[in-house]
Design a protein around this ligand. Structure first.
Ligand code: FMN
Length: 159
């Protein structure tokens, strides 16, 4: 089974989990890097900066995927939760690419406040065949458990 992981990660948690899931599979991983994006250290500033981008429905430029989405048996989309939903880079992904009739699963990492993430994913992917979803609550605080949950989840999906 060919699996494509497309994900955004600001501080590395989602990246670590996606990489772990990709191991041992016939997979390709694409991390959506937003050009010139700074990693802000100040927590308050960071949340205000990112939260504003979510609230204004920003769609930052993401790299072209350079792959045929139809060539995969499963596409896994990953994101951290920002301001209670998926990140702006994932908003761009949904704007620029059509997932209709494709087999898609998604996962999201957070710090305990997932907000509308699940509902918003379902809405964005309403024309896709949703194969599964995984919420990794407090992912960075429970990394070992998160990695276990994630590998378990992907194993079941790709069995
Ligand atoms: C701008 C911003 C907004 C965030 N908003 C939320 C939120 O609404 N709820 C939540 O539980 N965590 C929130 N977080 C925490 C991240 O979702 C969490 O730390 C995630 O695992 C980070 O993934 P990453 O390391 O791949 O970027 C936010 C983090 C940032 C930077």
């Amino acid at each position: 089974m060919k699996v494509l992981f497309i994900y955004y990660s600001y501080e590395g948690t989602t990246d670590k989990i996606a990489r772990e899931m990709g191991k041992g599979l016939d997979s390709k991983l694409i991390r959506l890097v937003v050009q010139d994006e700074k990693v802000h250290k100040n927590k308050l500033f960071k949340y205000a900066w990112g939260g504003m981008k979510v609230l204004t429905k920003t769609t930052p430029k993401i790299p072209t995927l350079e792959t045929n989405l139809h060539a995969y048996d499963l596409i896994v989309i990953g994101t951290p939760v920002w301001a209670g939903t998926y990140t702006p880079a994932i908003r761009t992904l949904f704007k620029d690419y059509d997932f209709s009739d494709l087999n898609v699963a998604y996962f999201y990492t957070d710090l305990g406040g997932e907000g509308h993430t699940e509902i918003n994913f379902k809405e964005a992917l309403k024309d896709a065949n949703i194969k599964g979803s995984l919420h990794l609550k407090n992912a960075s605080k429970n990394m070992k458990e998160s990695l276990e949950k994630a590998t378990d989840w992907i194993e079941k999906l790709t069995f």
